[in-house]
Design a protein around this ligand. Structure first.
Ligand SMILES: C[S@@+](CC[C@H](N)C(=O)[O-])C[C@H]1O[C@@H](n2cnc3c(N)ncnc32)[C@H](O)[C@@H]1O
Length: 254
């Protein structure tokens, strides 16, 4: 059978790679992915053909993975974190739907989830995503800024905690500043904010700051930002968002 695995390899550290992902990787002859993510897999890539493609060449990478699988090579297309969250999985399904090649019909696809970067970042500081939350990418490469800004405003209005992916890149940081301005219409400047850089990878850094003091300057494309909701608080070294247990007599003592 011609098989293509779409694998989320987790935030970076191999201790966060799922056993299902590990087993699938072991069965592959070919791996396709951005060089950084293939490198993070270390010795798990040994003996396999590594097809490294740069950022911005996602369509070519997904096409290559489908072609390899169709030719009989057991192939994994790799994304960091979860492959379905700003990852490669959707592009494969879009290619299959819009530009199918007859040989792709023979490819058996399996999607293997991974721990997303926001989960790893949240776990490092406590439980900031414990109540309703949403995830917004600040990259306007594929989504118009007007739509992103609208979603930020609605998330602010709805009091969702928010994980911002692609918060800044080498070329842009104004989006994070605008996101902060929009959220300050709905949320106090003291709202806890977590800035997470290279979570579970070499050079990991996590900082807890506030919405009022959030500064895009030290961030880069390997960082994400979690903004708490109106209830999120810091207690010692932990940041958490309550789920309503504080109304229960066991917690209030009444
Ligand atoms: C294209 S998205 C990929 C998201 C990935 N599929 C996931 O579920 O984590 C890339 C963005 O994810 C975030 N990211 C991914 N891994 C990260 C990590 N280890 N530490 C901090 N942020 C990370 C950054 O915001 C980065 O710009």
């Amino acid at each position: 059978m011609n098989r293509l695995y779409l694998i989320g390899t987790g935030p970076g550290g191999l201790e966060h790679l799922s056993p299902a992902a590990r087993t699938a990787l072991e069965s592959c002859t070919d791996l396709a992915g951005h060089g950084l993510y293939l490198n993070l897999l270390g010795e798990l890539t040994e003996g396999k053909i590594r097809h490294k493609t740069p950022m911005g060449e996602e369509i070519g990478r997904a096409t290559l993975a489908l072609d390899l699988a169709a030719s009989g090579r057991t192939t994994a297309l790799i994304s960091s974190g979860d492959v379905g969250i700003y990852g490669m999985a959707t592009l494969v399904f879009e290619l299959l739907a819009r530009k199918p090649k007859p040989e792709w019909a023979e490819v058996e696809i399996e999607v293997i989830p991974g721990i997303s970067a926001m989960q790893a970042a949240a776990a490092r500081v406590g439980a900031p995503l414990a109540h309703d939350f949403c995830v917004i990418s600040l990259s306007d490469l594929l989504t118009p800024w007007e739509l992103i800004a609208k979603r930020i405003g609605l998330a602010g209005q709805g009091d969702f905690a928010i994980a911002f992916y692609n918060a800044v890149s080498n070329k842009r940081s104004w989006q994070l500043l605008q996101a902060r301005e929009i959220l300050l219409r709905y949320r106090a400047p003291e709202t806890p904010v977590i800035v997470a850089f290279n979570v579970t990878r070499k050079g990991e850094q996590l900082t807890v700051t506030t919405l009022g003091e959030l500064d895009p300057e030290p961030l880069n494309m390997l960082s994400l930002v979690i903004v708490g909701n109106s209830e999120t608080r810091q207690a010692g070294k932990w940041v958490y968002t309550p789920r309503g247990y504080h109304t229960k007599p066991e917690l209030t003592g009444t």
